[in-house]
Design a protein. Structure first.
Length: 106
């Protein structure tokens, strides 16, 4: 099963209980239809990602328990390298296509 990621604008710490705002709560409860004790990854754009577990899911309140810090910087490095390799490879393919169109059929 895929674990969803969600941006929140609060400080996150391991062992902390976080109550989500109405928009984030609506998204988790109604759009993703997550239930209690399901996992989610929260990030705040400042220091990395956190593996969390939904602690309470009700119409008025959605809260999560922050369980583990995930180092997102190492994941971004691999994504950057993969993107650079992919871009370089597609550049060569485009160049080969252009060169082959220059050659007139005999």
């Amino acid at each position: 099963m895929r674990v969803s990621r969600l941006y929140v604008d609060v400080a996150l710490n391991v062992g902390q209980q976080v109550e989500l705002n109405d928009a984030a709560g609506h998204y988790l409860r109604t759009v993703l239809r997550l239930k209690r004790d399901q996992g989610i990854i929260l990030f705040n754009g400042r220091c990395g990602e956190y593996r969390c577990r939904l602690d309470e899911v009700s119409r008025k309140r959605v809260s999560v328990a922050v369980e583990q810090f995930i180092d997102a910087v190492s994941n971004r490095r691999w994504l950057f390298i993969w993107g650079w390799v992919f871009r370089a490879a597609t550049g060569w393919i485009g160049l080969c296509k252009k060169r082959s169109s220059w050659v007139s059929p005999a």
